[in-house]
Design a protein around this ligand. Structure first.
Ligand code: NCD
Length: 307
């Protein structure tokens, strides 16, 4: 039985198979409409979510399966003091696969160790968010035709943003990847990623506080929201929340085939005027998120593709 806890749980060739399956799903949706008939997905969300939870639910329903779960810790037995490991043993009796989001780093790993069904990490604190990464990889691959040989700008809250952490882990496995890390000094990428991941793999990167100057060298710009819920005090959040605002003026400096991604939700970091730019890909990215989650559910449940 397989789980997805970290983006590295799948090899490069397994990721390639997932992307190929997701692209086939995109082109031939009716073919997959009953692939998971009779199967159940449980969504255990201890932290708020719109996209990720509904994306999982939409994916399972599109495969003919059904969904059950909760969308906040308050509406689950966690509010009575139940541990994640007890909850997962109970859920294992109710569902065939589960997606879990939890504010504590490592919660999905704990769940997987006690689970008798595949567990998907839908975000654990500021740590990892592997299904957003699969979404990002599918989006980049679909838009650029490749995952290597790209200069990727990561902008915003690089300290607490788990989507950024996961994406870096995943992208360094492709040749010719270069990063421009754009953040205020207080929200720099954590040392453990700079040293143990980027430096250890000999990846080319530079850190800057200036988005405007970085624009012209990027193939992908990955914008992120300042992660309010992970700040220890409100004042720091208020000081940094609008540190970057991508607008039409800044887009003028970008390559014509540069694409803007964002895991969403957006707060102020991308001005709505950018939405009309053909290079704004963040809403297309949401659609890719459903296809890749469909591919992931099929793969983890070992459902034979109806090809
Ligand atoms: C991200 C998350 O939850 O980490 N959102 C998402 O899953 N699409 C990014 C964020 O909340 O800023």
């Amino acid at each position: 039985m397989r789980h997805l806890i970290s983006p590295l749980d799948f090899s490069v060739s397994e990721i390639e198979s997932l992307l190929t399956l997701a692209s086939d799903i995109e082109k031939n949706r009716p073919k997959y409409a009953h692939a998971c008939d009779g199967k159940k997905l449980a969504t255990l969300f201890y932290e708020p979510s719109t996209r990720t939870r509904l994306s999982f639910e939409s994916a399972m329903l599109s495969l003919g399966g059904s969904v059950l779960g909760f969308s906040s810790a308050d509406s689950s037995s966690a509010s009575k003091g139940e541990s994640v490991s007890d909850t997962i043993q109970v859920i294992s009796c109710y569902a065939d696969i589960c997606a879990i989001r939890h504010p504590k780093e490592g919660a999905a790993l704990v769940a997987a160790s006690k689970s008798s069904i595949p567990v998907i990490n839908a975000g654990d604190g500021g740590h990892q968010h592997p299904t957003q990464t699969l979404t990002d990889l599918l989006t980049i691959h679909s838009l650029k035709g490749r995952l290597g040989g790209l200069t990727v700008g990561l902008c915003g809250d690089l300290k607490f943003g788990r989507t950024v952490h996961s994406l870096i882990h995943a992208l360094i496995r492709y040749c010719g990847i270069r990063f421009v890390l754009i953040s205020p000094p207080e929200l720099r990428i954590p040392d453990y990623i700079r040293e143990n991941v980027l430096d250890a793999a000999g990846i080319e990167y530079r850190e800057t506080t200036n988005l405007e100057d970085a624009m012209e060298e990027l193939d992908i710009l990955y914008m992120t929201r300042v992660q309010k819920e992970r700040f220890f005090n409100e004042e720091d959040y208020i000081r940094m929340k609008d540190c970057y605002i991508l607008d039409a003026e800044k887009m003028k400096n970008a390559k014509p085939d540069m694409f803007v991604l964002h895991p969403l939700p957006r707060v102020n970091e991308i001005s709505v005027e950018v939405d009309d730019d053909p290079r704004a890909a963040y809403f297309r990215q949401v659609q890719y998120g459903v296809y890749i989650r469909m591919a992931l559910i099929l793969t983890l449940l070992e459902v034979n593709c109806p090809c």
